[in-house]
Design a protein around this ligand. Structure first.
Ligand SMILES: *[C@@H]1O[C@H](CO)[C@@H](O)[C@H](O)[C@H]1NC(C)=O
Ligand SMILES: *[C@@H]1O[C@H](CO)[C@@H](O)[C@H](O)[C@H]1NC(C)=O
Length: 455
């Protein structure tokens, strides 16, 4: 297999030119200039060695969630191998490799600048989730998990300190795969809790913006971006062909649940869904994704999603799930049971004001304790309304797709994808913060302004 560090170097060499235009040409990069911080490979490409089954022999490799990403997932800059040799747009994507992929996509952007003094934002290409693996997988390192990221913080403070001090870190951003909760254990917790680190609690990084696939209730440090799916088209015809297939697919199943099927011990929404589906096999389909069975195999659930009108998206261990984005892509109208599942998270990608047009909301308490039957609720939605919602959800789909790197100019011109919208959002947030800083309104720097998109 190709050596990823070498590929990255090649690309880096090609972006050294400062694209600032001549004095009177309109400046298409105004407000959008990004400087990529140069950090030693031990903070990114060297960490790719953590992939593969042999890396952490002490862990149980049979459980996907508690192991390192498989070595194959490194292919295609982290998109993973194609699902089968002739597949053009489908990959076995492991979400934990979103950091190298995002890095690759930033490298192909316009408006990169070599000189940080000219940059509106500074991207730190740190592969944080991969660097966290030793702490969350190797029991011998558990006690040191508050150190996750500390070495990077030390490096950033020491190396060309003016880059960091210019805006006190407010213009720095990075991508961190996973939920912000996984990185926000209090550094003082003793004994250390298994499975999370304290990256977001490092005081040196407090002013950075972290892009995570799930944010906390009060996300002043992070902002949520869509979980990656397995669909990464590189041409406009490939994107359109998929959307047409989803649009016209025959949907004989009313509702689908794809997820873990173990019955919870306490009453909760997932338990209610499983019980209702067991009774109503005429209207509800279940795809068993227990133990990470579906994580590298989109065929397991995408076909079922194409045949279903509604996809149930209950919270699991955390409020958000990748399946929400698979459903949107499949034109399967998502059913949410709490606002934290998506509406309060992905405001840069999906306009919160329009959720009623492309999703259904059923408060979980009404189902678990109020006797509401999901099947009956969804059966009462008129067919024309379901069609309208499906049309809307497929209009949203391109915004949550992670287009393949090196896509055609035609696809890039057709609309912004998940990476483009994430970068737009982070530039808006950084602009607001650095302006507050310049104007001496320090008390408003961390203000939680609603910067969701409207459409
Ligand atoms: C974060 O920003 C605040 C306000 O600008 C500043 O007082 C503080 O020193 C910054 N923290 C770091 C670690 O740079
Ligand atoms: C399932 O069916 C049984 C027997 O008809 C009924 O008692 C129970 O309430 C049903 N449960 C759900 C969740 O629909």
């Amino acid at each position: 297999m190709a050596n990823p560090p070498f590929l990255f170097l090649l690309v880096l060499l090609n972006v050294a030119a400062d694209p600032r235009a001549g004095a009177d040409a309109p400046d298409s990069c105004a407000g959008r200039r990004i400087h990529i911080r140069r950090i030693p490979p031990r903070f990114n490409t060297d960490l790719l060695r953590h992939c593969g089954a042999d890396t952490f022999p002490l862990t149980d490799a049979s459980a996907a969630a508690t192991s390192a990403p498989p070595w194959e997932s490194l292919a295609n800059h982290g998109l993973g191998p194609r699902t089968h040799p002739r597949s053009r747009s489908w990959y076995r994507t492991d979400a934990r490799l979103m950091e190298p992929f995002f890095h690759r996509r930033i490298l192909e952007r316009e408006c990169l600048v070599d000189d940080p003094a000219h940059a509106d934002a500074v991207f730190v290409p740190y592969y944080a989730a991969l660097d966290a693996l030793p702490y969350v997988l190797d029991p011998a390192l558990l006690d040191a998990s508050a150190r996750h990221g500390a070495e990077l913080a030390e490096f950033l403070a020491r190396d060309q300190p003016r880059i960091l001090s210019r805006r006190q870190g407010h213009d720095h951003f990075l991508v961190v795969s996973g939920s912000a909760w996984d990185y926000s254990q209090s550094p003082a917790t003793d004994p250390r809790l298994w499975g999370s680190t304290s990256l977001l609690r490092l005081p040196e990084l407090a002013n950075f913006t972290f892009l995570t696939t799930e944010s906390r209730m009060w996300p002043w440090q992070e902002h949520a971006i869509p979980h990656p799916t397995s669909f990464h088209p590189s041409t406009l015809p490939h994107l359109r062909a998929w959307l047409a297939r989803a649009r016209w697919s025959r949907r004989a199943t009313l509702m689908l649940f794809a997820g873990g099927v173990s019955r919870p011990s306490r009453p909760n929404i997932r338990g209610s869904i499983l019980a209702e589906c067991a009774n109503r096999t005429d209207a509800c389909a279940v795809v068993d994704c227990s133990g990470g069975k579906c994580s590298h195999d989109p065929g397991m659930y995408m076909r079922a999603m194409l045949r279903s009108k509604f996809c149930l998206e209950p919270p699991g261990d955390t409020p958000t799930r990748r399946s929400t984005f698979d459903a949107i892509l499949a034109g399967c109208v998502p059913v949410f049971f709490e606002d934290l599942a998506a509406r309060k998270q992905y405001g840069w990608h999906l306009p919160p004001a329009r959720y009623d047009e492309f999703s259904v909301h059923i408060p979980k308490e009404t189902v678990v304790f109020g006797g509401v039957r999901i099947v009956e609720m969804l059966q009462s939605v008129p067919e024309a309304e379901v069609r309208r919602m499906r049309k809307r959800v497929l209009e949203m789909a391109p915004r949550v797709v992670y287009r393949r790197h090196g896509s055609t100019a035609e696809l890039r011109a057709a609309g912004k994808d998940a990476v483009d919208l994430a970068v737009d959002g982070v530039l808006r947030r950084i602009r607001r913060r650095t302006r507050a800083q310049e104007e001496g309104r320090t008390e408003t720097i961390y203000a939680m302004e609603d910067d969701s998109v409207e459409m």
